[in-house]
Design a protein around this ligand. Structure first.
Ligand code: GLU
Length: 589
């Protein structure tokens, strides 16, 4: 949520900030802005809307120091005024996070004579910096963060100093070392092509970034050295490669995601086995699509290893005083590894003595750093806000993790089975024709995704994906529950998509199809089963998937429902990669 970038050096700050903001835009895109130091004055440019709107305005800027922001509003509507940076006196600041005690701070500052112009929580930081400024911006930032509650990655500049002061607490922030100046940013992709080495700041760190030097201080303001690491983000891998949308490109990369994840798992398998020896209970947690992957992981762990497993969204888990001891393993699933609720859930689990297993696509994320052991998802950069290939990667990682817990021989068998999946995914992607069903869904008043057991978990994902990118309402529902409520919503204007990939449950799920048809609702079936094909062929739209092991079928049906959502959103001409009101990498709670 929100992307921030800063630069100080000998290059063209406006060009660098603009390029970085474009790469950060997936984190928020309701408004964007930047502040530059130019002839000892702050030049401020900010606009509601996309980063691109800044481009013509930034052409006029001649500066070597600047900070920029692309926003996902938490406090205050998207508008020019609420866009960052926020200024007070000769100081400008950009903020990613939420200042939870902003109302008290604002009231106090106003009573001291401060004039606020925006509705954001972030503006208090600008006024506090001004109040604490005694000729040293880094000192002012140190005094300011002492007063803040909540989460923040902050970057500030000031008219009388040629440097950037930064601080982080629970929001990501990295420093980049370039040949012609230094950088700070929310993530590595923002600095792709700009610098070869980076440092990931730790919670509580404050830093001073100048053209030729970087100084880092810990939360007690002691100078510290943090590791310098290679910047692994490569600009070339972030292009569309001829696809109309990142979502379609990323869907087509699901075979690679599963293959690379399975390969990467080999490297952590032994460590994972050692750490989890003696575990008696498993909890899986995550948010959104990652939570849907966790639901599938729960079933794997129970079915393969017969270890009791529970699954809870991270935002709920955190506040339930969970029963956890040292024999509990908590799988924290997050694409970015920075999802605030998931990271905090992991911290809570660790503090209660549990082992935490990070299942994440970002190997340098906060989640990876704090976890007992990390199971990599090797999906590669995912730009579209709606997750696709990271979800399939997460399922693959959880499948192999559960297999390890079930023993050596079981694992060998599963590793063999998952090797077949990339080809089956390619086959699925080549054969899927969702056009007519996508039109039907796009014109429906509601779309209900139904399934049982693993198919139900995929139904939840199908429904979420369709809502996220097409804005068509609906629900994911267990087929058996239909008659206990949702059936009341079924009429000729609704469509139900029933997923049936489990032979043993096919008959029961078939009943749901009949129940919807009897109420005049439209129905489509996604299946890999011969019997189901025969039963419904010619009677309703069928999406046929390749035959596949029952436990791995979610990988194929996930691609089917995600492709359906993509095509429906395309029919409705939605802005698929950047759906309204959303952003990737949810770093606020
Ligand atoms: N709370 C700030 C705002 O609404 C920053 C939002 C964020 O980082 O997501 O402007």
């Amino acid at each position: 949520m929100c992307g921030i970038i800063g630069y100080v050096g000998g290059g063209n700050a406006a060009e660098i900030i603009l390029g970085g903001l474009k790469r950060l835009e997936y984190r928020g895109y309701d408004s964007a802005g930047a502040a530059f130091l130019s002839d000892g004055k702050i030049q401020l440019i900010k606009k509601q809307g996309r980063v691109e709107k800044l481009a013509p305005l930034l052409k006029e800027i001649h500066s070597r120091t600047g900070i920029g922001h692309t926003r996902w509003a938490t406090h205050g509507v998207p508008s020019d005024i609420n866009a960052h940076p926020h200024c007070a006196g000769g100081i400008a600041v950009v903020h990613n996070g939420i200042i939870e005690n902003y109302a008290e701070l604002k009231a106090e500052l106003i009573s001291g004579g401060a004039k606020f112009v925006s509705d954001t929580d972030s503006e208090v930081v600008a006024h506090l910096l001004l109040k604490n400024y005694r000729g040293d911006l880094v000192f002012a930032l140190r005094e300011t963060v002492k007063l803040l509650k909540g989460s923040y990655a902050l970057m500030a500049i000031c008219e009388s100093e040629q440097r950037i002061a930064v601080a982080r607490h629970k929001s990501p922030l990295i420093i980049g070392y370039g040949a012609d100046g230094n950088f700070c940013a929310s993530d590595e992709p923002a600095l792709a092509g700009l610098c070869n080495t980076i440092t990931i700041l730790e919670d509580g760190d404050i830093a001073e970034i100048s053209e030729k030097s970087v100084k880092i201080f810990d939360r007690f303001f002691n100078p510290v050295t943090r590791n310098e690491e290679p910047n692994l983000a490569v600009s070339a891998s972030l292009g569309l490669d001829g696809y109309p949308h990142y979502m379609l490109k990323e869907l087509n990369e699901t075979p690679l995601s599963v293959e690379a994840t399975a390969r990467a798992f080999e490297g952590v398998k032994e460590r994972f086995r050692e750490e989890l020896a003696g575990v008696r209970r498993v909890i899986l947690t995550g948010c959104g699509t990652a939570y849907h992957a966790a639901l599938i992981g729960k079933r794997y762990i129970e079915c393969f290893a017969r270890i009791p497993a529970e699954c809870e969204t991270a935002g709920e888990f955190r506040y339930k005083n969970p029963v956890i001891d040292e024999h509990t393993a908590v799988f924290a699933v997050s694409q970015s590894g920075e999802t605030a609720d998931t990271v905090e859930a992991a911290r809570l689990a660790l503090s209660l003595g549990a082992k935490v297993i990070a299942v994440t696509n970002s190997h340098r994320s906060e989640l990876t750093r704090i976890a007992t052991v990390s199971v990599p998802v090797a999906a590669g950069p995912e730009i579209c806000v709606a997750a696709t290939k990271s979800y399939t990667g997460q399922i693959a990682a959880l499948y192999l993790s559960a297999a390890v817990l079930a023993g050596e021989k079981f694992y060998a068998d599963c590793a063999e089975k998952i090797r077949l999946i990339p080809n089956l995914l390619t086959l699925t992607l080549e054969s899927l024709d969702m056009r007519s069903l996508a039109h039907v869904c796009a014109s429906s008043s509601g779309v209900y995704f139904l399934g049982r057991d693993l198919d139900y978990a995929v139904a939840l994902e199908g429904s979420l994906k369709l809502k996220e990118i097409s804005y068509v309402a609906g629900e994911g529902y267990p087929s058996g529950e239909l008659k206990h409520g949702t059936l009341a919503l079924i009429d000729v204007n609704t469509t139900s998509v029933v997923i049936i990939t489990d032979e043993e449950l096919a008959g029961k799920s078939g009943n749901a199809v009949e129940q919807v048809l009897s109420r005049g609702g439209k129905v489509a079936v996604i299946t890999s089963l011969e019997g189901v094909k025969e039963k419904f062929s010619g009677k309703l739209p069928l999406v046929v998937l390749p035959k596949c092991d029952k436990y791995l079928s979610p990988l194929l049906s996930a691609v089917a429902v995600q492709m359906l959502a993509y095509k429906a959103a395309a029919v409705l001409s939605r802005e698929i990669d950047k759906p309204r009101n959303l952003a990737k990498s949810v770093t606020v709670e």
